[in-house]
Ligand binder design. Structure first.
Ligand code: TXA
Ligand code: MG
Length: 313
């Protein structure tokens, strides 16, 4: 398959309309889109990414109006979150409408819905004239792509089209918030922070998967975000071990010598740079990546979540 590269949102949307797929930028990471009502097109997304069939997709809308096409009910709490945040790096899990095919939700009766805060994404979605399911546009298990070049690296020849936008602003995937439960549950931390959500609904909690329990968000059990290199979390007391080639990413310049160093200006910059740095390290055959530990508040919670997952592998 030849992958078409384009800067035209309209051209990329034509592929969706014709039953194909197209990768597109959002404010979080690049997504690989397909028409939410087209089972064949969705099946091709799972194949291209080598994504396990039990991992549900997020549906993206170009307007708040379109949410009604996807869900059977928007409860009061969800309505408050929509009004407070959309468009935003926030995915709300709601009961799905009957017409949404089960391949999109991995057989769940709920669907994740989000309206991205990115002009090119919204232009693309509006040209599509339908909600678009889109997982992150990486090969399953690899770090999510924050540039179109990273999408190209993973999926060239496997997808119909890549819409070439800017590097994504946030760099970590959206906050996933389950609104089908009595108390809203954060299933995946992201740029919309727990603190921000609690301003709207003070009871909002962070979901903690208990051992031996089926995770609420099936994606949480899959291997994720991992570079080939070994990832080690560097707290102040930790000693850097010798290894053939090592890299560092964090906020403060360490004393040791590294082969590759990324000093970030802020926690936001750290979040923005992490996945791209993982890919750069793999390109340079780095053996070990040291990631500076930071406080798990604000976006630090999402950042440490991704680093911990990468370190588990
Ligand atoms: O920022 C993002 O969310 C990006 C961009 C492209 O929008 N998308 C993204 O999609 O990260 P993906 O497929 O890589 O991650 C979706 C996550 C998975 O962990 C999945 O299990 C969870 O959301 N999820 C999706 N639908 C769900 C549902 N109905 N119930 C619970 N979890 C769900
Ligand atoms: Mg993903």
């Amino acid at each position: 398959m030849k992958t078409i590269l384009t800067t035209s949102a309209k051209e990329a949307a034509e592929f969706i309309k014709r039953g194909g797929n197209a990768a597109f930028p959002t404010e979080t990471v690049y997504g690989l889109g397909a028409n939410v009502f087209d089972e064949n097109a969705i099946a091709k997304v799972f194949v291209a990414k080598q994504r396990p069939a039990d991992n549900p997709l997020i549906a993206h809308v170009g307007s708040v109006e379109q949410i009604k096409l996807l869900v059977s009910e928007i409860n009061e709490t969800a309505q408050k979150f929509i009004e407070a945040f959309f468009p935003a790096p926030l995915t709300l899990v709601l009961p799905k409408a009957e017409r949404v095919p089960l391949i999109a939700t991995a057989k769940l009766e709920t669907i994740g819905v989000r309206m991205p805060k990115n002009d090119l994404a919204l232009e693309f979605l509006n040209y599509c004239e339908t909600p678009v399911v889109a997982p992150s546009a990486n090969l399953s298990g690899k770090p999510s792509p924050t540039t179109w070049q990273a999408v190209f690296e993973d999926l060239n020849g496997q997808v119909d089209c890549i819409l070439q936008g800017e590097a994504t602003v946030i760099g970590l995937e959206s906050t996933v918030l389950d609104c089908t439960t009595e108390i809203p549950l954060v299933l995946r931390a992201g740029a919309i922070t727990l603190e921000q959500l609690r301003k709207i609904e003070p009871k909002t909690k962070l979901y903690q998967n208990k051992k031996d329990e089926k995770p609420k968000s099936p994606g949480l059990k899959h291997r994720h975000y991992s570079p080939r290199a070994k990832v080690i979390i560097l707290s102040s007391k930790f000693k850097v071990q010798s290894s053939r080639s090592k890299a560092f990413i964090g906020l403060n310049l360490p004393d040791e010598e590294f082969d590759l160093i990324k000093i970030c200006a802020s926690i936001e910059d750290y979040a923005h740079s992490l996945f791209a740095f993982f890919r750069e390290c793999d390109g340079e055959n780095i053996e070990t990546i040291y990631c500076q530990k930071i406080a798990e508040t604000g976006i630090g919670l999402a950042l440490m979540d991704r680093i911990k997952r990468a370190a588990e592998n």
